[in-house]
Design a protein around this ligand. Structure first.
Ligand SMILES: [Zn+2]
Length: 579
């Protein structure tokens, strides 16, 4: 039995830490971790950089932890500093392997075999990529581009040097590949989940979002949720867990939020990287308190769901844009497979990596789907979309300043005197398509969300500000236009608030802790008439009011309720409808 109902608490022990353990230090560290977060499992590393942990030391640690009821699996970090005789060693960032070097290849195989003799489960930390551009790699690449060369190289390395050798010495061994938090760059460095899903037994997801302003990978906080969901959809049922750390978390809340979002995404294991960072760290006592709370929140909540966003494998473009919508309260469900059965879908520039995307889109909309495409997607697909008969609109190539917004059709949707943001200008044929949201300055304005019917469905083009930070500056009522289209009318109007939705109808609302954020009143909408919003934690029934609206050429009526959200506090609600 684990310490929690909805996830297992897991800690990573890097080789340098494992190498130095005395039995006394190991015991006192275990007591500390067990006392605070409770320890269900560890991944105990055999190799990292220049450290190889002797089998005797591994056995000492393993038998002690197992005597305490902890599951012990293995770990490998595929880095190798100052490898003797290796060319180009200083050039490779992070001391990754050169996978065309015969001596390094032999070394990797040896590490896999050694670790598989000691463990029945092994995880590879996320340095299992290649950035080598040495003479030999350039020669072997030949006429191929780096992406193609590295894809083929890492397929071969994964099969021949990692998985097969490990299974040859231990047929029971379960091989796990952890992917880093930089999904949009996987294919540039030989990370190929679409290929490796047929080679490895399971995957694991990096959810270490750290400081959004300064993280090297340029990540929004919401990635800790969205990337787990993406990997879950990419490897259904085989995503082992989410992995976060203490680095560049300059407040305890920022550290904790990584765990909250990883758990909300229903990762089976919460991996705390790494062992020695946790000892005597006050963050851990806060984590202890919060893990119990989030475990209770997740009890019986159902399965995570949200608005599908199609992000093909090996794609990049408008990176993290869908996660920015997640920061604005839109629950998203990113997937590497086109969600042809879904009622609506969001496509960003990344979807262009699918060469058949316009054909898929045409069929999807014609049969009744609602697709929202961003201007980043539209810019590249414009000609093909026009040729397919999906739109007559085009981008002028200019950016327009916007200081005011108009939600059309609603008759009172005027929002003025806002901070200036620039948007790409969409030019369209009046009455062939119709603008649901306009933006302008002075005496001019232009469409920011454009609607066009096609077959049984609709195509919506959404203008995205020139810089992503502009999204956070848009008035909530303007972003709500996009939310209504994508959610079918059940959404939360807010900013720096994330909504996590589940198929039970339960919703978790979380307002982030940031230096400039205060409590905020958010409005929840549903098109269900006579609905009442109920707080699952207190049983309170929120005052809920009927709302009427006319938008997108249809009158709608539904219910709205206001909820006051405190930064760092959890809210769990659902709509109750009297049938
Ligand atoms: Zn090389």
């Amino acid at each position: 039995m684990g310490h929690y109902n909805n996830f297992r608490t897991v800690v990573y022990i890097p080789a340098e830490v494992a190498d130095k353990f005395t039995p006394e230090k190991l015991a006192s560290d275990w007591e500390w971790i067990e006392k605070y977060i409770g320890l269900d499992k560890v991944y105990l590393e055999t190799h990292r950089n220049g450290t190889d942990v002797p089998a005797e030391q591994i056995r000492m640690i393993k038998s002690y932890l197992e005597s305490k009821g902890v599951t012990v699996s293995g770990g490998i970090t595929t880095t190798i500093n100052d490898f003797e005789g290796a060319e180009g060693g200083k050039q490779r960032l992070f001391g990754t392997f050169c996978y065309t070097d015969p001596a390094m290849r032999a070394r990797l195989k040896e590490i896999s075999e050694y670790t598989a003799r000691l463990f029945d489960e092994i995880i590879l930390d996320d340095f299992y990529f290649t950035n080598c551009t040495c003479e030999r790699c350039i020669r072997e690449k030949g006429d191929r581009d780096w992406v193609t060369f590295r894809r083929e190289l890492m397929r071969e390395v994964s099969e021949e040097l990692v998985v097969k050798p490990a299974k040859a010495v231990n047929p029971k061994v379960r091989m796990i590949i952890k992917y880093p938090n930089w999904r949009e760059s996987y294919h540039f460095t030989g990370y190929v989940p679409e290929v490796q899903r047929d080679i490895f037994d399971a995957t694991y997801t990096g959810t270490e979002t750290r400081s959004p302003q300064y993280t090297d990978q340029h990540l929004p906080e919401y990635l800790s949720y969205a990337l787990v969901r993406y990997m879950e959809n990419a490897w259904p049922g085989r995503n082992g867990g989410g992995w976060f750390d203490t680095y560049a978390c300059w407040s305890i809340d920022r550290y904790l939020e990584q765990a909250y979002l990883t758990a909300f995404a229903q990762a089976k294991e919460l991996m705390h990287f790494q062992w020695s960072d946790l000892i005597e760290n006050p963050m851990l006592s806060a984590m202890a308190l919060q893990l119990g709370k989030i475990d209770k929140l997740m009890d019986g909540i159902g399965n995570a769901c949200g608005v599908p966003v199609y992000i093909p494998f090996a794609s990049s473009g408008e990176n993290h844009l869908e996660m920015r919508f997640g920061m604005l309260g839109l629950p998203i469900e990113p997937t590497p497979f086109f969600p042809e059965k879904a009622a609506s879908v969001l496509l960003t520039e990344s979807a262009l990596a699918d060469g058949d995307i316009v054909d898929k889109l045409e069929k999807y909309i014609r049969e009744g789907g609602n697709a929202v495409i961003t201007t980043g997607f539209f810019r590249e697909a414009e000609e093909n979309l026009r040729a397919a008969g999906l739109t007559e609109a085009r981008l002028s190539g200019r950016s327009i300043p916007v200081t005011r917004y108009q939600v059309t059709g609603d008759f009172a949707g005027f929002i003025e005197h806002r901070k200036e943001i620039f948007f790409p200008e969409i030019v369209h044929g009046n009455n062939d398509s119709w603008s649901l949201l306009n933006g302008g300055d002075g005496d001019t304005h232009s469409a920011l969300v454009l609607r066009r019917a096609y077959g049984k469905g609709r195509l919506y083009i959404a203008a995205i500000p020139d810089g992503d930070s502009g999204l956070y500056e848009m008035p909530k009522a303007a972003v709500d236009v996009i939310k209504r289209v994508l959610t079918g009318g059940e959404y939360v109007s807010g900013r720096n608030v994330s909504t996590f939705t589940y198929d039970s109808g339960r919703m978790l609302l979380y307002r982030y802790v940031k230096s400039d954020l205060r409590p905020e009143r958010v409005t929840l909408y549903t098109e269900r008439k006579g609905a009442v919003l109920v707080d699952d934690l207190t049983g309170m029934r929120y005052p809920s009011n009927e709302v009427r609206r006319f938008e997108d050429f249809r009158p709608s009526s539904g219910t709205a309720a206001e909820v006051l959200l405190q930064p760092g506090k959890f809210t769990k609600v659902h709509w109750e409808t009297q049938e």
